[in-house]
Design a protein around this ligand. Structure first.
Ligand code: NAD
Length: 332
C-alpha cells in the first residue's frame, strides 16, 4: 500500500552515479520518487526496485512532460560529471546544464516544489586560494575545453538566483566536490574508479602530470546525507553550500594509497595533464557545518578498502549503503 502522504520527489539524473544512491536514500526515507533521465551516462541496470519508484526517459534540454504531475521537491543532477563524458559532446553538456536547469526550474515553479541543484566545485575553476569558501568567485577559463561544464554550471547557478529573486522560488545549491564510491563507471575517467579498476586488474595506475595536483574525495554516503538534508530542511531557500571532504590528497598519494590497500606494487603509467586541470581542490566547509550540521564521516582509506574488497571494485551498490540516512520527519 502506498503511503498517501509520501512526498513526491523528482530526481533528474537519478540513473547516474550520485542519483541512484540519492534515490535509494529517498525511498528508504519513505518518499515517492520519479527518476527523469536520458541515460546518456546513466544506466538502467541496478536501479532501485520499489512500487514508489517511477522512471521516465526524457532529455531535460526539453521541457518536462506534463505527465510527471505534482511534485514536492526537485533535485537536478542531470549532467554528465566526468571530464571524459562531459567533453564528448560539449554542446549537449552546456545545454543539459543551462536549458536543463531552466526547464526543471519552470517545472518546480509550476508545481510549487522546492528545488535542489547539484552544482560543482568546478565553478571555482583553477582556484588561487585554498580552501575555497562559497564567496570565492572562481577562476575559470571561458574558452577552454572544460568550460561547457564549468560555465554551464555557473550559468545554471545564475539562473537559480534570478528565479529566486523574480519568482520567490525555494531553491538551494550544493557545490559538490569530488565524490566516489560503489556504482561509479569504471570507464568514465574519474581518478578513484580508474585506480581501483586498474589495481584490481593488475595494471599500472594512470597518473596525469607529476601527480602533485590535489583533490578531496568524499564518500557517496556522506554526500547523499548532505543532499538529503539540503532538500529536507525548511528555511534554507537561497542557500549555496559546499559539500565534500576537506581531507586534501595529491593524486600521486591517492595512487599510493590504492596500491597499498590493494596489496599490489605501485606502478605508474604517466599521462599528460589535461588542459585547465585544476591544481588544487579543497572546500571550506564552515557553511555546511553551520547550516546543515553536516560533516564527512567515512575516511578515504575505509571507502577505498570497501571498493577494493568487492569483486568488480565499483560497479555494485550494496544494499547496506541504502540505509535510511535521515529520519522520516519533514521540515526539520
Ligand atoms: P553521472 O554522469 O553519473 O550522472 C548524471 C546523470 O544525468 C546520468 O544518469 C545521465 O544519464 C543524466 N543526464 C545527463 N544529461 C542529461 C540530460 N540532458 N537529460 C536527462 N538526463 C541527463 O554523474 P554523477 O557523478 O552522478 O553527477 C551527478 C550530478 O552531480 C551532476 O550534475 C554533476 O555535475 C554533479 N557533481 C558530481 C560530482 C561527483 O564527484 N560525482 C562532483 C561535482 C558535481
Amino acid at each position: 500500500m502506498m503511503d498517501e502522504r509520501a512526498r513526491h520527489v523528482v530526481v533528474a539524473g537519478g540513473a547516474g552515479f550520485l542519483g541512484r544512491h540519492l534515490v535509494r536514500a529517498l525511498l528508504a526515507a519513505g518518499d515517492r520518487v520519479t527518476i527523469v533521465d536520458s541515460f546518456v551516462t546513466g544506466r538502467r541496470d541496478g536501479l532501485a526496485r520499489s512500487n514508489r519508484l517511477d522512471v521516465v526517459e526524457h532529455d531535460v534540454i526539453r521541457p518536462l512532460p506534463e505527465s510527471l504531475g505534482p511534485a514536492d521537491l526537485v533535485y537536478n543532477l542531470a549532467c554528465p560529471a566526468s571530464p571524459v563524458q562531459y567533453q564528448a559532446d560539449p554542446l549537449h553538456t552546456w545545454r543539459s546544464s543551462v536549458y536543463g536547469t531552466d526547464n526543471l526550474l519552470a517545472f518546480a515553479r509550476a508545481a510549487g516544489a522546492r528545488f535542489v541543484q547539484a552544482s560543482t566545485s568546478e565553478v571555482y575553476g583553477d582556484p588561487d586560494i585554498s580552501p575555497q569558501p562559497e564567496s570565492y568567485p572562481g577562476r575559470v577559463n571561458v574558452a577552454g575545453p572544460r568550460a561547457c561544464y564549468d560555465e554551464g554550471k555557473r550559468a545554471a547557478e545564475a539562473l537559480i538566483h534570478d528565479m529566486i529573486r523574480v519568482h520567490g522560488l525555494d531553491a538551494r545549491t550544493a557545490r559538490i566536490f569530488n565524490t566516489y564510491g560503489p556504482g561509479m563507471r569504471a570507464d568514465d575517467g574519474r581518478a578513484v574508479a580508474t585506480f581501483v579498476g586498474q589495481a584490481l586488474a593488475g595494471q599500472p595506475l594512470s597518473v596525469f602530470g607529476d601527480g602533485r595536483q590535489t583533490r578531496s574525495f568524499c564518500h557517496v554516503t556522506d554526500m547523499v546525507r548532505g543532499l538529503v538534508a539540503l532538500g529536507m530542511r525548511d528555511g534554507l531557500g537561497g542557500l549555496v553550500v559546499n559539500l565534500g571532504s576537506d581531507d586534501e590528497i595529491s593524486i600521486l598519494d591517492l595512487a599510493r594509497m590504492v596500491a597499498r590497500i590493494a596489496g599490489v606494487e605501485l606502478k605508474i603509467a604517466p599521462a599528460d595533464l589535461p588542459v585547465d586541470d585544476p591544481k588544487q581542490r579543497r572546500p571550506d566547509l564552515t557553511r555546511a557545518r553551520e547550516a546543515l550540521g553536516w560533516a564527512v564521516t567515512v575516511p578515504l582509506a575505509d571507502g577505498l578498502r570497501e571498493m577494493l574488497a568487492s569483486p568488480k571494485g565499483h560497479t555494485a551498490i550494496r544494499t547496506r549503503q541504502a540505509f535510511a540516512l535521515v529520519p522520516r520527519s519533514r521540515g526539520q
